[in-house]
Design a protein around this ligand. Structure first.
Ligand code: COA
Ligand code: MG
Length: 329
């Protein structure tokens, strides 16, 4: 299962990493909500068979998602990721039914989200199923792992170690999601408006994922009628290094898309710094001054990362018709 950034076969074009600023859950049991996915503007839509779907409606959700994949997948915008969230390995029969259902698909999603991935055992139970599905369809299907309990946070280093391919060339896990509500249910912490009770696991998940070069999506904001709360939380989370967040309502998507990408100012600053770095390097200068601040290698690295992220989010520099985003026209 190659990483999205790597060519699948010789001669294939490199694909840029997925932005995943916004991931919209759509309960598979709701035909009406399913019909709104493609026009939602989300970077990722996640067709759900897990906790957004009543136990009595799982069969209906599977049936409707399969039909949706058959007819709608090809209509989705090129950059939109179509994900399916199955039930957790620990869910037993419901999970087994999902696995049987996956085998019946004629059209497979771009990615599968595995909820409550608490241990190496959970990861290793699902990975062969995914690999088999990829072989059958001759397609890369990305794995998004959901970290939603204290046990999962504690086990995350071993899970990430396990996720490394034998040749260390890529990770089987393409992204992680931090599930705040399940985490609080499992830990006994009390949910508050500031989310301070989640600060530690949230930082741990981001830290472990970034050590492996994997992006993480942040918690849900259930108060979907309060956009200022959503924006405030998202700003903090973006500052902590989260690349995007889970959304439950279409009204949250644009805010996530705006907040989890570099600002225009940062984008322009990064390309300016890199252009100046080129000039200074040619003149044999190491550290230099740009916009009244000292620039050296860590800042150059940060500017490069901002440009990579801006490109993944489809940002284009003003006047850069080629969309190079590197200040060189
Ligand atoms: N995906 C697609 N469309 C959605 C949607 C979603 N997640 N949430 C709402 N919509 C649609 C509604 O169908 C409605 O369409 P309409 O204008 O044609 O009637 C429109 O957006 C406005 O919705 P609204 O009336 O404000 O909300 P609602 O009462 O219909 O739904 C929720 C509110 C919370 C029940 C709904 O947003 C939802 O089920 N979200 C997903 C929950 C979920 O997946 N949870 C598990 C993961 S945490
Ligand atoms: Mg959950």
């Amino acid at each position: 299962m190659p990483h999205l950034d790597e060519p699948e076969e010789e001669g294939e074009e490199l694909t840029i990493a997925r932005p995943r600023r916004s991931l919209l859950y759509i309960p598979g049991s709701s035909q009406k909500m399913l019909s709104k996915g493609i026009a939602s503007g989300a970077d990722t839509i996640c067709l759900d068979i897990e906790d957004g779907v009543a136990a009595s409606a799982k069969g209906l959700a599977r049936k409707q998602i399969k039909a949706w994949l058959d007819t709608e997948m090809t209509k989705a915008p090129e950059n939109m990721e179509i994900c399916v969230r199955i039930n957790a390995v620990s869910a037993g029969d419901v999970y087994n039914e999902d696995i049987e259902w996956l085998d019946t698909l004629d059209v497979v999603p771009h990615s599968i989200a595995l909820p409550k991935m608490d241990s190496v055992h959970d990861f290793n139970t699902f990975l062969p199923i995914l690999t088999k599905l990829e072989k059958k369809h001759k397609k890369n299907i990305e794995l998004i792992g959901m970290i939603e309990s204290p046990l999962a946070v504690i086990n995350l280093p071993s899970i990430l170690q396990e996720s490394k391919s034998a040749d260390n060339n890529h990770h089987h896990l393409s992204a992680l999601i931090f599930g705040g509500d399940d985490y609080s249910a499992a830990s006994g912490c009390i949910r508050t408006e500031t989310n301070h009770e989640l600060d530690f696991p949230r930082a741990m998940v981001q830290m472990h994922a970034s050590a492996h070069g994997i992006g993480v999506l942040d918690i849900v904001c259930k108060e979907f009628k309060d956009p200022s709360r959503f924006k405030k939380e998202s700003l903090i989370s973006a500052q902590q290094g989260y690349i995007g967040r889970q959304c439950i309502h279409p009204s949250q998507i644009q805010h996530a898309n705006d907040i989890y990408q570099p600002s225009n100012e940062l984008f322009e600053w990064s390309s300016g710094v890199l252009a100046e770095f080129d000039t200074q390097t040619k003149a044999g200068v190491g550290a230099f001054t740009y916009h009244d601040a000292m620039i050296d290698m860590p800042t150059i690295k940060r500017a490069e990362n901002i440009l990579i992220r801006a490109k993944a989010c489809g940002m284009v520099l003003k006047g850069d018709i080629n969309g190079n985003g590197d200040g060189k026209q």
